[in-house]
Design a binder for this molecule. Structure first.
Ligand code: BYC
Ligand code: FE
Ligand code: FE
Length: 474
């Protein structure tokens, strides 16, 4: 069991104090991180005590401790899941060989690129969410937002550690750049599309944690298979924290819907105008937000046909999510049947080598996982006696990356003309009126146990505390 020294300036279980040069380099980066947090993070709440969990180790039991912390004092640390000295490479051309403790020179730039891309999303999400605290629907939700924020900060630490420890000077420069790019910045935006989208209301936040953090789950699962053992181990531990982010998304959307159903019952109407008048979010509006965040997150998996993905798989850099569930870890002979647009209005299939389809394989697994929450919400809607069903749109709809990028389809994936697309877009994606309505509901509620009118209360509190607990001391 690796031990953690919590009194170190940078808590860690990687024996940082044994490597003075690395320790000094990270201690040099630390104040820059804190400056970034102070400027780009939830700065209005820097002085408030927040009931947070802090990672203090990697044991399955008791890896975290709970208590009041001021966010700038959070103990961001470096935690790798315990090493398995017998671990072998589980896929690709080096299958069966011992995993690597160093990055092979020939794969250095490929590894660096993926670690930088992963690292870039973490601070991006904190930047995207930095104003949500102003309009929190309850103290419980405010605390969950901050929990997600500090952990995304720790995920940045996880990637910066790898850059510093294994990529020398290039790695240190990349670590600086991770604090220099900013979400939505015209000159220096974040690397991936979704991480430049504004999140300025809580419906978007719940959609983001449901759909976009789930891309995180699947990418981390892929990287947790990596032949580069320190990357695999750090991603495995990140997945432990990630579960809560998706919990926030799933229960958040579930509570929005539950409240909407209550208002539908109270008013005896499903007319969006009536529901809005009563201060809730109508189901068609929720569907449009789902459509937007789901399709934007689909783009994060990259192109269906990708030579990058093929070489990442071949070289042991990035496996499939849950690689152990497959029987063939070489993927040299299988083909993948891909639906592609043909001509002006048709579609056909294209057969591509499996390794080139790895982005799509991961996306398919992701889509299935996304469906679970919808099943639960639809059950709730059905039990309330309504016919309406929330759905995931087709993976061809509203795409910006890959074979279906900028190909007009309806949400079922049927190809339509550009005119028909433009005409119906306002029924498929959030409109200005939708956004204005959602914004109008964003009123700050901070009395312990109270909750905004558009949202149902949580089923239970955090860490066995009551839901009316004073999760943030304002
Ligand atoms: N936007 O062969 P292609 C998370 C680029 S989320 C903009 O199609 P590849 C989190 C691509 O970078 C998980 N650009 O794709 C969630 C490439 O550019 P370069 C984040 C895009 O390389 C919530 C080019 O298009 N982790 O943790 O196979 C809160 C052609 O690439 C996009 C990772 O992504 C896009 N959507 O795969 C906090 C894991 N998509 O290099 C955190 C690391 C593609 O030619 N990243 N491009 O200039 C990867 O594994 C891969 O980079 C990708 C792309 C899967 C993203
Ligand atoms: Fe993360
Ligand atoms: Fe996350």
């Amino acid at each position: 069991m690796s031990s953690v020294n919590l009194s170190d300036r940078i808590p860690n279980n990687v024996n940082l104090s044994n490597d003075r040069t690395l320790q000094r380099a990270l201690e040099h980066w630390q104040p820059r991180f804190l400056n970034w947090w102070d400027e780009m993070g939830p700065k209005e709440f820097a002085q408030n005590d927040v009931y947070l969990r802090t990672a203090v180790g990697v044991d399955a039991e008791g890896w975290a401790s709970y208590g009041y912390v001021k966010m700038p004092d959070y103990r961001w640390g470096i935690f790798l899941a315990d090493a398995d000295p017998e671990r072998k490479i589980g896929f690709g051309d080096f299958m069966g060989q011992p995993v690597w403790q160093q990055v092979p020179g020939e794969f250095r730039s490929q590894f660096r690129r993926l670690i930088v891309t992963q690292g870039d999303t973490e601070p991006a999400s904190v930047e995207q969410q930095h104003l949500l605290g102003r309009v929190c629907p309850s103290l419980y939700d405010l605390r969950n937002l901050f929990q997600v924020n500090v952990e995304e900060g720790r995920h940045l630490w996880a990637m910066v550690y790898l850059l510093h420890a294994y990529f020398g000077r290039d790695g240190r420069e990349e670590a600086e750049e991770l604090l220099a790019r900013h979400s939505g910045d015209v000159d220096k935006p974040r690397i991936l599309g979704t991480f430049n989208e504004p999140i300025d209301d809580w419906l978007s936040f719940f959609c983001f944690t449901y759909f976009t953090d789930r891309d995180g789950k699947y990418q981390l699962k892929s990287l947790a298979e990596s032949a580069f053992d320190p990357l695999a181990r750090t991603c495995r531990f990140m997945l432990t924290e990630e579960a809560h982010h998706m919990f926030v998304g799933e229960t958040g959307l579930g509570r929005v819907i539950r409240r909407t159903l209550e208002v539908m019952k109270e008013t005896g109407s499903d007319d969006p105008a009536v529901i809005r008048q009563a201060g809730a979010m109508d189901l068609p509006l929720i569907q449009r937000y789902i459509n937007f965040w789901f399709t934007s997150s689909l783009d994060l998996f990259g192109s269906e046909v990708s030579s990058n993905a093929a070489s990442s798989f071949a070289n042991g850099i990035k496996g499939r999510p849950d690689e152990s569930l497959y029987s063939d870890h070489l993927a040299l002979n299988d083909m993948f049947e891909l639906a592609v647009p043909v001509g002006d209005d048709g579609q056909g299939t294209e057969s591509i080598p499996m390794r080139n389809a790895m982005n799509e394989v991961a996306r398919v697994a992701y889509v299935k996982d996304c469906g679970m929450g919808l099943k639960r919400w639809n059950m709730m809607i059905q039990r309330a006696g309504h016919e309406i069903e929330l759905t995931l749109p087709s993976t061809r709809f509203n795409r910006g990356i890959g074979a279906w990028a900028n190909v007009p389809t309806d949400p079922t994936g049927r190809r339509i003309s550009a005119e028909a697309y433009a005409q119906s877009l306002s029924t498929w994606l959030p409109t200005e009126a939708d956004r204005a309505h959602v914004r109008s509901l964003m009123q700050r509620v901070v009395e312990p146990g109270k909750i905004a009118g558009w949202l149902a209360p949580p089923d239970r509190g955090i860490n066995n505390q009551p839901s009316a607990y004073e999760y943030v001391k304002l």
